[in-house]
Design a protein around this ligand. Structure first.
Ligand SMILES: [Zn+2]
Length: 249
């Protein structure tokens, strides 16, 4: 079984890219991916458009077994708008996590609006995935220390392992805080191996981020897991089941 914890459906106005439901299903079927956690891209920052994107992902997840939604809401929306959409996604649409993209949402994770994401995650008892790497200084994993310290009960997934260049900061947080986990999409095999070694294969999850990257990411892990087969189940699905509180069917 392979669970991809970082996939997108929709259009992105920050990075200028898009992926459809068909793109995702095709590539996952071709590569033997069992399912995954699906989030929107960064769309235009309006609550009504955000709701539409989440509805689209909800339809996809209800139609296809082993797919779950992750909500991505601009933290600069009015507090009541952010909270209402977070509530709706988790309680009505059965989404399993929140996403914060410091570079796309123009949010400093240490700011009040950044903290508000974790406040909602605590209230709704779901994990937060945070983009790291591209988009310094907001995307420096060191910016997540404050949230890790203030919200020990909120599971946090550091996405992209700091895009490799900030891998050490991300690994240190995962070693220091029991609720902090890592995903390594877009990173080199060296940094991925460093994260797995530092955590003995625990707290690191497989992910692709892009349909273009699924094959590369799988190959990266194949190379590592051939040498360290004991890490395989945790990395490919078991840790994700625990972090997102889901059960693969
Ligand atoms: Zn992404």
């Amino acid at each position: 079984m392979i669970l991809d914890i970082h996939s997108h459906i929709g259009e992105d106005v920050v990075f200028g890219c898009s992926q459809s439901e068909g793109d995702l299903l095709n590539v996952n079927q071709r590569h033997g991916i069992t399912g995954g956690i699906v989030q929107p891209f960064i769309g235009r920052p309006y609550p009504e458009l955000t709701r539409k994107e989440h509805d689209r992902i909800c339809r996809f997840c209800r139609k296809h077994q082993n797919y779950w939604g992750m909500a991505s809401i601009n933290p600069h929306f009015k507090r009541e708008d952010y909270a209402a959409e977070a509530d709706r996604c988790i309680k009505e649409l059965s989404f399993v996590a929140l996403k914060l993209t410091p570079v796309g949402h123009a949010v400093d994770p240490e700011s009040e609006d950044g903290m508000f994401v974790f406040e909602n995650a605590r209230r709704l008892q779901v994990p937060v995935m945070v983009h790291t790497g591209y988009g310094i200084p907001f995307s420096d994993p060191a910016k997540l220390r404050k949230a890790a310290r203030l919200y020990p009960e909120v599971r946090m997934i550091i996405a992209h392992l700091g895009s490799g260049i900030f891998a050490s900061q991300a690994i240190q947080l995962a070693q220091e805080f029991s609720q902090v986990y890592l995903e390594t999409s877009g990173c080199g095999i060296g940094e991925t191996m460093a994260a797995l070694s530092a955590l003995d294969g625990k707290k690191v999850m497989f992910s692709s981020d892009s349909v273009l990257q699924v094959g590369v990411e799988l190959e990266k892990y194949r190379t590592i897991l051939e040498k360290y087969p004991k890490w395989k189940e945790d990395v490919l699905w078991r840790t994700a089941e625990k972090v997102f509180r889901i059960r693969l069917g």
